[in-house]
Every structure is written in C-alpha cells, then in structure tokens.
Write a protein that binds this ligand. Structure first.
Ligand code: C5P
Length: 416
C-alpha cells in the first residue's frame, strides 16, 4: 500500500511505456503512482504492446490508455489531431519508463511519427527518462550520445541499475525499482518549489557507539522521520544533504548522502556542512552517552570471569556546537531540533528550544505505540520562539514533515 504523496496528488502524470521487457514493471509504477494520488495517463508504443496489454494499465489507473496517433477510439474519444497536444498540455510531468534505445533515439532527434514522440515534443513540463535495455546496448555510443543530448536539454535521465538481464547476461541497463523511479519523478517535479535553491541539512537515524569492533550501543530510531523530512525538502525544491546513521532505507533521489556511525562522526559532518546552509533539521537520535573507550579487540567471554563494566561518557551535543558557531557566522539560518519525551513534553521542549538556540522544536510523545520510533505515523507538536504551538494529530511522518518544511520555508522567506 502506497501512502498519498502531496506533490503528486491530483497532478496529471503522462507515463510513456516503450518496448522493453521491463515494461511489466511499469504496471507496478502506474499502480503506485495512482495510489499516491496522481492521475496517470499512459501512452504505449506499438512495441510496448507486444510485452504488456493496454488493458493492464487501464485497469490500474482507471483512465484511458493512449496507443495510436490516428485512431479516434484509441484516443479516448479525443479528436486525434489534438490528442497529442492535449496529453502534453497541463501535464505535471512526462515520465518515460522503461525507455527503449529506439524511444530515446526518437525523442533525442525530435521525431514526430508516434504519439509518445509527439507528446515529448509538445511537452513543456519536466521530462524524466528511465532507460532500460541490455547492457551492451546501453553502453553503445549511439545510446550514450542520445542520452547526453537529452540531458543537455534539461531532461532528467535516471541511471539504470546493474544486474542480471532476461538474456542471462549481467551489466548496467536494468530499470530501477518503482520506489526509486517515483523518488526521481518527485525530484523533477519539486525543483521549482518554495525551497528552490535553498540548501538544507537533515540528520536521520540513531547513532552507534562502539564498545568493541563487533558491539555497539544504539537506540530504537529507524531514521524514517529524517528520511521523510529529506523527501519533503526535495519535494519543495531544496538541495539536500542527508547525514544519516540509518541503515536499509532507500536514499531519496537527488539528496547528497553522508553516512555516519557515531555521534562524533555526525557532529563533524554536521559542522562541516553547516557553513552557508539555509537550514539544519536535527531529526537524528544522537546518543547522549558512549563507552569512554572502545576496546580495540573483541572483548572475550571468559568462563570464570565476571561480566565487564562499561564506563560511559557524554557525547558532544551537536545542536549546542551549531548554536555557538551560528552566533558568529549566522549559519545555518534556521535550526530545527526534535524532542522525544515521555513526560512533561511542553516544559522540556520549551527548555530545549531556549538552551539549544533553536527556531523550532518538534516534540513527540514516545510512549504512544502508534507514534515515535520505528512507526510510519507520528503525533507531534511544533513549538516556536514566539510561544506558538502547532499540534499535529496522528498522521504520517510524510505529513508531519510537510508541516515542518512549510514552517522552515516561512522562516526563510521572513529572513529574505
Ligand atoms: O537533549 P536531547 O537529546 O533530548 O535533544 C534532542 C535534540 O538534540 C534532537 O534534535 C537531537 O538530534 C539533538 N542532539 C544533538 N546532539 C546530541 C544529542 C541530541 O544535537 N548529542
């Protein structure tokens, strides 16, 4: 089940499907885009219809599928001479996935002999192309030159993945999974948003503090809220640096990823990215304590000996270090912290807002089972410096992120 994505809701996305064995994956893509709230108009080339039927897309999107430039009945009753213009007009984006070598060549060279090529010519919206073909075809200079031409014209080309082909050979040319395709589409759609040209740092996940080479102390943070925030920033057009201690989450398309382990590494990464940044959103659950010294070798379990005693020390507080730096440099211009509390939420959050010199603090109640750590939903309150409180009832981490990002955009707009 796909949750709604605000950026896609009620937006018309033209999905071009071309002749590649990966065409079957476009059915999942059309379905997930529809579930996310988009109105998906599918155009299929003749070759695509040899791999998958138009009916599949019609059933999944609940909308007409366009296959033929000349036939009235295949153009959902639209007069054929305007169908191609009509499809491009008012579309939020044109996504071609999978894009065959043939389709890429036609579009790169401005052909107008089939409905998809004509729609690409008429399109004034962002165009995203996901090539999928055999590895040797993808590497061919003709294909690469055509892709370079498209990139030059502002088309977003999604790099195919490496792996096994239907032919049994391996190489680069596989269509990425649906989530990665949607992430790239979001990136293209978001570029002109309210945070366009803003540089935002987001931290995510729970840090790991080494006890020895194989053991560490950590916490229950999954990184989901931080990743949702990074997505929301990208949806609003920002350039995002995602400093993450989380594992196993799909990297949002277009974010610069900095992987870290410990609180100290996160501290150093945040401080070096903070210079010149418009905003910092500290969603990471940074360890407050770490072993005073990590053993160089694995600590052995000796039969007769007692269990070892761990001596802990404080980790550096990243937000306090950022606050000190900001008083001199003025950057990051907006700083947002999080508070995970189990009692006296308002009091602790307000105190933290002051002490850490924050513009906003987002407090969540970690005692609820449907909110906080490792859930897809959250329940939070945003406190600001003017004494304001915005309560966000139980909702998705994506919606919480959008509310936070709207506040960050407003603060940045105020600062000019
Ligand atoms: O003081 P507390 O850990 O509850 O504050 C939470 C906020 O402070 C979060 O935004 C967290 O990312 C940040 N933090 C930090 N450095 C630490 C611990 C927490 O910046 N060492």
């Amino acid at each position: 089940m796909m949750t709604p994505i605000t950026l896609l809701e009620k937006r018309r996305i033209v999905l071009g499907v071309t002749g590649s064995i990966a065409a079957y994956k476009a059915a999942d893509l059309a379905s997930k885009l529809t579930q996310a709230g988009a109105l998906v108009d599918v155009i299929m080339t003749d070759a695509a219809q040899r791999f998958i039927a138009p009916l599949t897309f019609q059933a999944l999107t609940g909308r007409a599928v366009y296959t033929d430039l000349w036939r009235m009945d295949a153009s959902a009753g639209l007069p054929t001479h305007i169908a191609h213009v009509g499809l491009a007009e008012g579309a939020a984006a044109l996504l071609i996935a999978p894009a065959s070598a043939d389709a890429i060549a036609r579009i790169a060279h401005g052909f107008a002999s089939d409905l998809l090529s004509i729609t690409a010519l008429a399109a004034r919206c962002p165009v995203v192309i996901a090539p999928a073909m055999d590895g040797s075809m993808y590497e061919n200079e003709a294909v690469q030159t055509n892709l370079a031409l498209l990139r030059q014209r502002g088309v977003l080309v999604i790099e195919p993945e490496e792996g096994r082909f239907a032919s049994g050979l391996t190489g680069r040319g596989r269509l990425p999974e649906t989530a990665a395709l949607i992430s790239a589409l979001r990136y293209a759609l978001g570029r002109s948003g309210a945070l366009s040209k803003r540089r935002i740092i987001v931290t995510a996940g729970g840090t790991r503090e080494a006890i020895d080479p194989v053991r560490y102390l950590t916490n229950r943070s999954s990184g989901k809220q931080g990743y949702a925030l990074a997505h929301a920033c990208l949806d609003a057009g920002a350039d995002v640096v995602l400093i993450t201690a989380a594992r196993g989450l799909e990297a949002p398309f277009g974010a610069q990823i900095v992987s870290v382990d410990s609180a100290k590494q996160m501290h150093d990464a945040v401080l070096s990215a903070a210079a010149g940044a418009d905003a910092l959103i500290m969603a990471a659950a940074v360890a407050d304590f770490r072993p005073a010294s990590a053993a160089e070798q694995k600590i052995k379990k000796l039969e007769q000996a007692d269990a070892p005693t761990l001596i802990l020390e404080r980790t550096p507080d990243i937000l306090t270090a950022v606050h000190d730096r900001r008083q001199i440099t003025g950057y990051p211009r907006v700083v947002v912290g999080f508070a995970a509390e189990s009692r006296n939420i308002r009091e602790y959050a307000r105190d933290k807002l002051e002490r850490k010199g924050l513009d906003l603090i987002v407090a969540n109640d970690i005692t609820a089972s449907d909110a906080g750590f490792d859930t897809d939903t959250n329940r939070a309150t945003i406190y600001d410096r003017g004494g304001g409180e915005e309560f966000l009832g139980l909702t998705s981490k994506a919606r919480i992120s959008e509310a936070i990002i709207a506040r960050v955009a407003a603060l940045l707009a105020e600062k000019g």
